[in-house]
Design a protein around this ligand. Structure first.
Ligand code: SF4
Length: 412
């Protein structure tokens, strides 16, 4: 493909220098105090520092900072080193991760820790290339973040915040999730990254996207790099100065301009950028689930939970016995299917009419709109569960809350 027009890139060394200086000075003044930053800054041992950053980066994938803080603190108290994590059981990892979502992240983090201990003599790889190649679950972004923040490698990073900032700085309006645009943004991040403080620079760019150059209503007047921002100039002056009008690119076949069918919308200002192709709507799924309750030996109610398969959505987590339903089933039919499913668990007939309908619970996974149709059933006598089926156990309400159960089941 033809190289993109220079107006979308950073090529002037003086401008790059000024942008680095301005951004780092702002970061030094305004950065948020976050536990992984404090930990990494105070840690003299490179492997421990790499581990501290790695855990934070995996937890922060698709998850808000405010949610992660508490999980991160508990995790690092429980497993302060790679070696400690390598000795944990998957059940313990799932338990601590419960509620954080995207559960395979915790599992892969632990697998990777075991690999570092058993195959790499406990030494973290030190470059983005090696981290990516050798550690399961570590992609291009995470590798760049660990290598730059922990080991000082001058390598850029591109995450959702960086995409937004760079697209605005250079008026990149082509679909920001397309591989062609993503590749250009990585090139740009690698050009911009400060050679002497790469980790701080990358964190500063992400911090800018998280706190100033936010998706809606960015705080452009307070922005430390507004003088380098073409979207801001475009908003102020109607044209991207002093470079030629960026909008002119769109007349030709510029691979980075907005498509000709979606020109600059002055009511949106800088939020014209970035642009994304429309997302596919999430899939709608229905699942019948039954809260089976019995009196425990001390009279307190107990509930049956069963373990999900070790791969796929919510792998290895625990849930009430559940059954995916075909779309469009009548309520009566749903109830019968659930009764049959429970019968297989308990080895004794379950009357569909005995299942009490409680209500519906919806939960949005990233790509699935899940509705749980919730029933309950009180059991009188003892029940012998079929040991050939998935692992299962009876738990009190407190034990349920402390188990590795996903948020959706807690809602149920
Ligand atoms: Fe973002 Fe506005 Fe700063 Fe440009 S000037 S980088 S749009 S906050």
């Amino acid at each position: 493909p033809a190289p993109p027009p220079a107006r979308h890139l950073f090529s002037d060394p003086a401008e790059i220098d000024a942008l680095r200086r301005n951004l780092l000075a702002w970061y030094d003044r305004c950065k948020r105090d976050l536990p992984w930053r404090t930990l990494a800054a105070a840690e003299p041992d490179a492997d421990r520092r790499g581990y501290a950053v790695w855990v934070s980066e995996i937890m922060l994938q698709q998850t808000q900072v405010a949610t992660v803080i508490d999980y991160y603190t508990r995790w690092m108290q429980k497993w302060p080193t790679l070696q400690a994590l390598a000795q944990a059981s998957l059940e313990e990892v799932n338990q601590l991760w419960a509620g954080l979502g995207y559960y395979s992240r915790g599992k892969r983090l632990q697998e990777a820790a075991r690999k570092v201990v058993s195959e790499l003599a406990g030494q973290m790889p030190r470059t983005a290339e090696d981290l990516r190649e050798l550690l399961p679950g570590v992609g291009r972004y995470t590798a760049g973040a660990i290598a730059s923040i922990s080991y000082g490698q001058a390598t850029g990073v591109v995450d959702g915040n960086v995409i937004r900032v760079l697209c605005r700085l250079r008026c990149i309006g082509a679909d920001s999730s397309s591989p062609a645009v993503i590749d250009r943004l990585w090139d740009m991040a690698n050009v911009l990254v400060d050679r002497s403080r790469p980790g701080d620079f990358n964190q500063a760019l992400m911090e800018l996207g998280a706190t100033v150059c936010v998706p809606k209503s960015p705080l452009c007047r307070e922005c430390p790099v507004k003088q380098h921002c073409q979207a801001w100039r475009r908003k102020l002056f109607g044209k991207a100065l002093p470079v030629p009008d960026v909008e002119d690119c769109g007349v030709g076949d510029c691979p980075l301009c907005p498509p000709a069918t979606e020109p600059w919308d002055s009511s949106l200002g800088v939020t014209n950028f970035p642009r994304k192709a429309a997302k596919k709507p999430p899939r709608a799924l229905r699942t019948a689930t039954c809260v089976l309750e019995r009196r425990g030996c001390h009279g307190a109610p107990e509930y049956l939970i069963v373990q999900r398969p070790s791969s796929g959505l919510l792998a290895g987590l625990w849930e009430f016995p559940s059954l995916p339903l075909a779309q469009g089933l009548q309520e009566e039919k749903e109830r019968e299917e659930l009764a049959d499913h429970l019968q297989a668990w308990m080895g004794q007939p379950v009357a569909a009419a005995g299942l009490q309908f409680i209500g519906e619970v919806t939960h949005i996974f990233s790509h699935i709109h899940q509705t749980y149709v919730v029933y309950s059933l009180h059991l009188d006598g003892d029940v012998t569960l079929d040991p050939a089926l998935s692992p299962s156990r009876w738990v009190t309400q407190d034990e349920f809350q402390a188990s590795a159960v996903p948020t959706a089941m807690k809602k149920v």
